[in-house]
Design a protein around this ligand. Structure first.
Ligand code: AMX
Length: 466
């Protein structure tokens, strides 16, 4: 029915979904007269530039604390060294997006269905402007993204030239880099655009990239797992719903799950690997395609975004060894064996959080509502009762509680998205909202190239040896 309604595209045919639309940099209103995101941003930027100037002038020379040798050799853990406006992570409470917790987002952001999950387009507005958008403003963002969503034919050809078994995250990175030839920022820089205008071109690139990512991800999914039978974008659906739709899923619960998923994975302040990498590379004035692709290469690491794939593999192995309903003692032994074999328990622990990740709790609430009897959900719930205790007993793991990745795979499996190697791509599409929104602000605020100081062991030894 899905295929009949929207038609299928053969990859080889290289057919294109929507005509390209060129957007003027000065466009300020959507078709129905609602202020665009860019106009709203351009009004906010001068006051934030002044705010930063005043902050530097008044407090610039003050100390933010000491840096210990442990911090320097321990992955810079806890060193405050970056400005990141779009979100802030509290070790106990978890993430706040522009000051709003996940339940507050769910209550305040416009939804596709009454009382439903927030639309990520609304979150994008919030991340960029710091203000909760109206339903009309969110609709305007959905339309703007739809207009920008055309994927050039060469991107499909580049993907098509890759081996079928190339990891989906590798395909994502390559696909994003293939899009880079359309960068407004790279062209503007070459033209010699004044640095006060950088943010405008970065905004254009960021919106283009966010708009194209669902189709890029869906193509990667369909060419890797569904014989390359591509599905046209839905002509009226929202950004996240359309992602599920183009992947081949139209169950209303699945669309809501995708909206929630794309909202909660978007941003986790600036120090995590994908956000920091995007920020670092962008600070060299590499355009948003280059910097986001770099961030995605970091997200593809098993200690970061790939953990959602690893969780599913670990769960499948557990079920294969212990059966679908193992008792707690068997689960405990399985967790202990994982540790004894020198591996991490995926989905547990965090570099900053010291409590259960509210993104885990949000997904758990969703599962309790939509799939309370699903055996995999029950298994994940049982693990919650066993894993923290086992990890806690090691005495070295600072946070034994589950993170976002411990739960996301369960929701995807329930709706039939069973290919766990693809899961990090969904994480990556969402992460674009946060890192690219911050990228616009980094250029608007004129943040400089990043250059922390590195040290040698010899230098440290000499410094502290009398
Ligand atoms: N299983 C086993 N060991 C763990 C562990 C886990 N889940 N979490 C931490 N540890 C170990 C560390 O490897 C480290 O061991 P070492 O001293 O022998 O090197 C020790 O406990 C202390 O680590 P920590 O300070 O508590 O954590 P960290 O800040 O160094 O690392 C993280 C954080 C997320 C990489 C780690 O908890 C981990 O590897 N978790 C499993 C992978 C995972 O779920 N990653 C996703 C995180 C969220 C995300 O980015 N998407």
């Amino acid at each position: 029915m899905l295929a009949q309604a929207v038609g299928k595209l053969g990859l080889a045919a290289g057919a294109q979904a929507l005509p390209a639309v060129s957007l003027s940099l000065s466009r300020c209103f959507s078709a129905d007269g609602v202020d665009t995101l860019k106009k709203t941003l351009s009004e906010l930027i001068p006051e934030q530039q002044e705010r930063l100037k005043a902050l530097k002038k008044t407090h610039g020379a003050k100390s933010l604390g000491d840096v210990t040798v442990d911090m320097a050799i321990g992955g810079m853990r806890g060193i405050p060294g970056m400005l990141w406006e779009t979100s802030l992570l509290d070790p106990e409470e978890g993430i706040r997006f522009r000051g709003l917790s996940i339940p507050e987002l769910q209550a305040q952001l416009p939804a596709a269905v009454p009382g439903g999950q927030p639309l990520p387009e609304g979150l994008l507005w919030l991340l960029l402007t710091g203000k909760v958008p109206t339903k009309e403003q969110v609709t305007a963002v959905t339309e703007e993204l739809r207009e920008r969503s055309h994927l050039p034919g060469h991107v499909k050809r580049v993907l098509n030239s890759m081996p079928d078994d190339a990891h989906p995250m590798t395909q994502l990175s390559v696909g994003v880099l293939a899009l880079q030839s359309g960068s407004h920022f790279a062209a503007a820089y070459t033209r010699g655009t004044h640095k006060t205008k950088y943010w405008q071109a970065v905004y254009e690139d960021s919106m283009d990239l966010i708009a194209k990512l669902p189709q890029l991800a869906a193509i990667i999914y369909r060419r890797t797992y569904k014989n390359g039978d591509l599905i046209h974008p839905h002509p009226t659906m929202d950004w996240a719903g359309n992602l599920a739709f183009m992947m081949g899923y139209e169950n209303p619960g699945c669309l809501e799950m995708m909206r929630m998923y794309q909202t909660i994975h978007s941003d986790h302040e600036g120090g995590n690997v994908s956000a920091h990498t995007t920020h670092l590379v962008g600070s060299a004035l590499s355009d948003p395609y280059l910097s986001y692709a770099a961030g995605m290469n970091g997200l593809a690491g098993p200690l970061h975004g790939l953990a959602n794939q690893e969780v599913l593999r670990w769960l499948k192995d557990l079920t294969a060894k212990l059966g679908p309903n193992p008792d707690k003692e068997a689960v405990r032994k399985y967790v202990e064996d994982t540790l004894a074999s020198g591996k991490v328990v995926p989905g547990y622990g965090h570099a900053v959080l010291r409590k259960t990740d509210p993104r885990y709790t949000c997904q758990r609430d969703f599962a309790s509502r939509y799939m309370p009897e699903y055996p995999l959900f029950k298994l994940v719930s049982n693990l919650y009762e066993v894993v923290p205790e086992v990890l806690g007993k090691t005495g070295k793991i600072k946070n034994p509680w589950p993170n976002v990745d411990a739960h996301s795979g369960v929701l995807l499996q329930y709706y039939g998205i069973t290919e766990e190697n693809f899961y990090t791509v969904l994480f990556g599409v969402s992460r674009a909202l946060g890192v690219l929104a911050q990228g616009v602000w980094s250029r608007a605020l004129g943040l400089p190239i990043e250059r922390p100081k590195s040290l040698t062991m010899e230098m440290l030894e000499k410094k502290f040896t009398a």
